[in-house]
Design a protein around this ligand. Structure first.
Ligand SMILES: C[S@@+](CC[C@H](N)C(=O)[O-])C[C@H]1O[C@@H](n2cnc3c(N)ncnc32)[C@H](O)[C@@H]1O
Length: 208
């Protein structure tokens, strides 16, 4: 497809020996994403820089263990992180059936052995073994995201939430929820400076 962004140089370094899988996933998303309602038509010319690499830059923040991705949608960041971090187990939590179908297809097609796909709203999930970390991207504001994500974590687990430039204001607006869900050590990180065309912001915090 001619209007798909060419792979940026940073991609090979970020994915290392997993780059071929990242290329296959990106191509699948470019071929089917618009038709299947996963990404808008304007996203193709910035698929790598705005979406794939923007998620991959978060991979070093994850630790070996169990990570949940709430509202995975097209697999952002969940599938991208699962490609970049085969040493981490992922649970992708997504309520919409056609997105679940896409996620399951990609897990099979890419041969990802570290991913479980769960069709549910995050607030309805009762997790047997609480998670070590939870990610989310473009799901809702921090104060609304806390009730969806914090209960999934073990004591001392960590939120790794991808955000826009308004991240500090979102933290300010969440004072009540921060107390309610016992959130501490809140940091707003800026990732990808000098590496990516657009930086990524992450709210990282500890829960209980
Ligand atoms: C704007 S999309 C973002 C998708 C993806 N994270 C991304 O960055 O492209 C929001 C996603 O969150 C999902 N979602 C909405 N409410 C949710 C909830 N309560 N629990 C889990 N997922 C939810 C939606 O179905 C949708 O796939």
């Amino acid at each position: 497809m001619s209007d798909v962004e060419q792979e940026p140089e940073a991609a090979a370094a970020l994915f290392g020996d997993r780059i071929e899988l990242a290329r296959r996933f990106t191509q699948n998303l470019a071929d089917q994403g618009e038709e299947r309602g996963l990404i808008g038509p304007l996203e193709l010319p910035r698929l790598w820089s705005r979406h794939i690499l923007n998620c991959a830059i978060v991979a070093p923040l994850l630790r070996p263990g169990r990570v949940g991705d709430v509202g995975s949608g097209a697999g952002l960041p969940g599938l991208v992180l699962a490609i970049a971090r085969p040493d981490v187990s992922f649970v992708l939590i997504e309520p919409m059936e056609r997105r679940i179908a896409w996620l399951n297809e990609q897990v099979t097609e890419l041969g990802l052995e570290n991913v479980t796909v769960l069709r549910a709203r995050a607030e309805d999930v009762r997790i047997d073994a609480p998670l070590d970390q939870v990610t989310a991207r473009a799901v809702s504001a921090f104060r609304k995201l806390l009730p969806l994500t914090a209960p999934l974590l073990r004591d001392g687990g960590e939120l790794v939430l991808m955000k826009g430039a308004g991240a500090p204001a979102e933290v300010e607006a969440a004072a009540k929820e921060i107390r309610k869900y016992k959130v501490s050590d809140i940091e707003v990180l800026t990732l990808g400076e000098g590496v990516l065309a657009e930086v990524t912001r992450v709210i990282r915090a500890r829960v209980r």
